[in-house]
Design a protein around this ligand. Structure first.
Ligand code: 13P
Length: 251
């Protein structure tokens, strides 16, 4: 059975002190009231160790927002998958649209990152999603199919089973404009069908597919009620404990 997951993506926000305080607050809230889903926070590299020191990862999972596409060596400024794993983090967001758009990440580099993440025991949260023009010209299904095929379909079925997918329509990220629950469900069901074509129905049914893009306490329940929406990847609303917990409680 696939898991329901609510994951926060803090992006480039908070100082270390602010991030540690936020992580502690979320951790305490989850200890006080057990969640009906897995809960994860993905934080800046600088925050991984200090956050790991103050949370209980059996209650609140920890992840990075990226990792390098090389194992080690002369790549100034990069952080490898093994470095992320050495902080005790268990997750890594890969292929976020902001990385694709601003840092030129391609399916080719993402395949390297996914392989290195898996080799180091990290669970990738692999992001896909169309831009507004692709939504409007009706090519969104094919765009997302290509992102899934090119980024992930080199994996064995066993390795594919370790991937969490996040559908994030780029036009819904940070815009306040959420996909409707029907738009999300249509795309998630389509993605599950694409996975089934390649890996079979069982693998497809076991894959968690999260929705991301202006998800907040007021719309999470409607989105998560859809059969193929297995949770959310939360940006802005993950930066306030009450908002993030409001989304967690939608399960
Ligand atoms: P917002 O929730 O701020 O729209 O961001 C979504 C996102 O990009 C999560 O990865």
């Amino acid at each position: 059975m696939r898991k329901n997951i609510v994951a926060g993506n803090w992006k480039m926000n908070t100082t270390v002190a602010e991030g540690v305080a936020l992580a502690k607050e979320v951790n305490e809230a989850l200890k006080a009231e057990k969640a009906n889903c897995d809960v994860v926070i993905c934080v800046p590299f600088t925050h991984l160790c200090p956050v790991a020191a103050v949370i209980d990862q059996t209650v609140l999972g920890l992840g990075a927002e990226n990792c390098a596409d090389h194992t080690s060596g002369a790549y100034t400024g990069e952080v490898s998958a093994s470095m992320v794993a050495s902080t005790t983090a268990k997750y890594v967001i890969l292929g976020h649209s902001e990385r694709r758009q601003y840092y030129g990440e391609t399916s080719e580099t993402l395949r390297e990152k996914v392989a290195l993440a898996l080799a180091n025991g990290l669970k990738p949260i692999f992001c896909i999603g169309e831009v507004l023009a692709e939504r409007e010209n009706g090519t969104y299904n094919e765009v997302v199919r290509r992102q899934v095929e090119e980024g992930l379909f080199n994996l064995s079925a066993e390795d594919f089973g370790k991937i969490i997918l996040a559908y994030e329509p780029v036009w819904a990220i940070g815009t306040g404009k959420t996909a409707t629950a029907e738009q999300a469900e249509d795309m998630h069901a389509f993605i599950r069908g694409v996975i089934a074509e390649k890996y079979g129905k069982e693998v497809a049914e076991n894959t968690s597919i999260l929705y991301g893009g202006s998800c907040k306490p007021s719309n999470a329940a409607e989105l998560f009620a859809k059969p193929d929406v297995d949770g959310g990847l939360i940006g802005g609303a993950s930066l306030k404990c009450a908002d993030f917990m409001g989304i967690v409680k939608a399960f």
